[in-house]
Design a protein around this ligand. Structure first.
Ligand code: PBG
Length: 324
């Protein structure tokens, strides 16, 4: 019989031994919680496909802010549902829009909370695309000025960081230039650099009411089979002034997270998107999977792949597990 000299099982025998050689640690410090803020008052509208998540009016953020503080979650990212939508999404830079009001409210209630904003036009345009339309296509260069105005309006309201998710070419440079010109050179940009055209965004588009009214987003979001292209996207955004590089979605793109982590030398964020959340929730509801275990395994896998930061709808649940 061939007796192995090295037996990997020796170090798996007890939880104490496993703890000692564990290579990856997930902590609450890694997590960003996405929030959907809507116009009006006294609204807490459940998002059907995302159990435990709501469209909240600004006044309803009070309980949310307290819970986030008690769980010690370091940051949130805000998405807005405006009252009015138009062709070019002008409500995106309304100083009294839901996102702008939410920033002020949250920073007032909880000054230590890092408030990040998603910068994109899709929630604000009547057609649901991520920019201005010309001849049935998204007009890249005309959209840059709109995005820069949106980012500036978030910074003016007190946001700690802006996160462009539109995938227009040149948007990081346009936003950086605008922020710097208006005395916001201290505000970092977390760029959705490698954002794929993904079926896993389905539940989010219901939550943010941003389904494109015609066509799809394939002419601006990345094609799922591509990987070298993600490195070019990351390099471009870094050249344009991005401070943090994001990969999105997370679980189907762990290889991309690893490649960007290894090659960029920049902090990497990964967005564990709505569909990744909802499939675990749905299977757990049916009793087909242990939801909590699947959640923790997913999050630690994203960290192991190289993410320094994880945006996740599981942030509160994971924070509770981590504090046990
Ligand atoms: C806006 C945006 C989207 C998501 C984040 N920002 C949707 C999209 O591109 O269609 C998706 C987030 C998620 O699915 O959780 N452009």
């Amino acid at each position: 019989m061939n007796v192995p000299v090295y037996r990997p099982r020796r170090l798996r025998r007890t939880e104490g031994l496993r703890r000692l050689i564990r290579e990856t640690t997930l902590t609450v410090d890694d997590l960003i919680l996405p929030l959907f803020v809507t116009f009006g008052k006294e609204k807490k509208q459940p998002i059907k496909s995302m159990p435990g998540h709501f469209q909240l009016s600004v006044d309803k953020l009070k309980e949310e802010a307290a819970e986030i503080a008690s769980l010690d979650i370091p940051a949130v990212i805000l998405f807005g549902i405006p009252q009015e939508k138009d062709e070019t999404g002008t409500s995106a830079f309304d100083p009294n829009g839901p996102v702008q009001e939410a920033i002020k409210f949250l920073k007032d209630k909880n000054p230590d909370l890092t408030v990040i904003t998603d910068v994109c036009m899709c929630e604000y345009t009547s057609h649901g695309h991520c920019g201005a339309i010309k001849d049935k296509a998204v007009d890249n260069d005309a959209t840059l000025a709109l995005l820069a105005r949106e980012a500036l309006s978030h910074a003016e309201a007190g946001a700690d960081m802006v996160a462009p998710s539109d995938m227009m070419d040149g948007r990081v440079a346009a936003i950086r230039e605008k922020l710097d010109a208006e005395d916001f050179s201290h505000i970092p940009i977390m760029s959705y650099a490698a954002k794929y055209s993904s079926a896993f965004y389905g539940p989010f588009r219901d939550a943010a009411e941003s389904v494109p009214q015609f066509g799809d987003r394939k002419s601006y979001q990345m094609d799922p089979p591509n990987s070298d292209e993600a490195l070019r996207e990351a390099a471009l955004d870094i050249e344009e002034g991005a401070d943090i590089i994001m990969v999105k979605p997370a679980l189907p793109y762990l290889d991309i997270i690893r490649r960007i982590k290894d090659s960029s030398g920049y902090p990497v964020a990964a967005y564990n998107v709505s569909g990744e959340f909802s499939i675990i929730k749905a299977a757990a509801e049916k009793g087909w999977i242990d939801g909590e275990a699947a959640m923790m395994e997913s999050l630690v896998s994203i960290k192991r792949a190289g993410a320094d930061i994880i945006l996740t709808y599981f942030a509160k649940e994971a924070a509770r597990v981590l504090s046990k």
